[in-house]
Design a protein around this ligand. Structure first.
Ligand code: ZN
Length: 413
């Protein structure tokens, strides 16, 4: 038994009805002052005022959280952290005026990472990804979605997914694997797009399903990458094989990815900088989670997704890091939350929901994680701040004091 005693705030974030928070409900996060939490095994057992704590057995382990704030462990529902090599050169080229598309056209961008991943062995990729997960954990992230997508051949995609499986077994984090073979058309298929789509549908998807190597299938649905029709063909085939669906949608151009996500009942549609009015209505109607990635807009110097409009129209909004070597090389998820506040005008309470219960919903896990409720999995982070708003107000620094995964302290600052 682990008891978190006398926190200044315990932020529960429980949803009233559905396991996600839509629209105005996003800011209802249930803050309890001077509260304590009892964990039993891997579960949350009790939450209440410190004054009402039941008598504790002598064997109970006590964490004195006086002056601190307890939140559900953060969920990072969109990362690409299995990669080799950095792309700081492209960063500089972009600052000199080159666009993302121009850099990609001269062999940089995703295909630069593809070359490096193809050359790396499983062990090397695992050793490179591990410290990224350790940094995420140190920022209070207890569950992480990780995509493949820098292999783009049957063997190299399987290799990337094996890295994710190995790191998931290792823990203490919990990883959710996503197959993103449709991240780009690899150079050897540049003149045979249909051939690559066939490879994805007829060989890669069945092999990934057979090996139970991914829970989600994702696609970079974008002008010049995968068209709406190509994305639909791939995702429909994935759904038939039992994959849940995600889309990189309407990031650089208003292609209609959000509408396609809703049509296919995808679990989430991600990025959405250029989402249209119809796209917003479609997501709200179906309940597909809109995962916003303001760190990427920040790093690319672009405009931000219309978070306020999405919230006002009743869409369930989540936030994630998009941790990747090209367009958002950071593991600082609370900083992404601060960007959501200052750049997209989200309130601190809305950001908390977007990083917890709604991010869990974006991974189909909101029934088990993402909020503090008796019976749920004991994933919590304790921050050395007296009020949850400080996490985004005092920005860019790490306020984590302890991270707890499945009832066990797995990180101490
Ligand atoms: Zn992405």
């Amino acid at each position: 038994m682990l008891v978190i005693r006398n926190a200044a705030q315990v932020v529960c974030v429980a949803a009233d009805r559905s396991p996600r928070k839509c629209g105005a409900d996003l800011r209802n996060i249930q803050v309890h002052a001077q509260a304590s939490v009892i964990l039993r095994g891997e579960r949350i057992d009790w939450i209440g005022p410190t004054a009402a704590l039941p008598p504790l057995p002598a064997y109970a382990q006590i964490l004195d959280a006086t002056g601190k704030t307890v939140l559900p462990g953060f969920v990072d529902s969109h990362t690409h952290l299995v990669f080799a090599g950095a792309r700081a050169d492209e960063f500089e080229q972009r600052l000199n005026g080159a666009t993302y598309q121009e850099i990609a056209a001269r062999g940089g961008g995703i295909n630069a990472s593809v070359q490096r991943v193809r050359q790396a062995a499983v062990e090397e990729l695992t050793a490179l990804a591990r410290p990224r997960l350790q940094r995420l954990l140190a920022f209070g992230v207890t569950t992480v979605e990780v995509k493949s997508g820098y292999g783009l051949s049957l063997a190299d995609e399987i290799k990337s997914l094996q890295v994710i499986a190995a790191l998931n077994r290792e823990g203490p984090w919990e990883l959710v694997p996503t197959f993103l073979g449709a991240h780009a058309v690899p150079p050897e298929y540049r003149d045979d797009r249909a051939g690559y789509l066939r490879l994805l549908v007829e060989e890669m998807l069945p092999a990934v399903a057979e090996g139970q190597l991914a829970e989600f299938c994702d696609v970079f649905c974008e002008t010049g990458v995968f068209s709406l029709d190509e994305s639909r063909t791939l995702l429909a085939a994935a759904a038939k094989l039992g994959f849940k669906l995600k889309l990189h949608a309407d990031e650089l151009t208003p292609l209609g990815g959000a509408e396609l996500a809703a049509q296919l009942q995808a679990t989430s549609a991600d990025h959405l900088l250029c989402i249209t009015e119809r796209g917003i209505d479609a997501l709200a109607a179906i309940g597909t989670v809109a995962t916003l990635l303001p760190g990427t807009a920040f790093f690319l110097g672009m405009h931000y997704a219309p978070a306020r409009k999405l919230i006002e129209r009743g869409v369930a909004v989540a936030l994630a890091s998009d941790c990747n070597p090209g367009t958002c090389p950071t593991e600082n998820l609370p900083l992404v939350g601060a960007m959501a506040c200052t750049q997209m005008k989200m309130l601190p309470a809305e950001v908390v929901s977007a990083l917890t219960i709604n991010a869990a919903a974006a991974l189909g896990r909101a029934e088990r994680i993402g909020s503090l409720e008796p019976g749920k999995q004991a994933d919590l982070t304790i921050f050395d701040v007296p009020d949850f708003r400080h996490l985004f107000y005092h920005f860019g620094v790490n306020h984590v004091w302890r991270v707890i995964k499945r009832g066990r302290v797995v990180h101490a600052a």
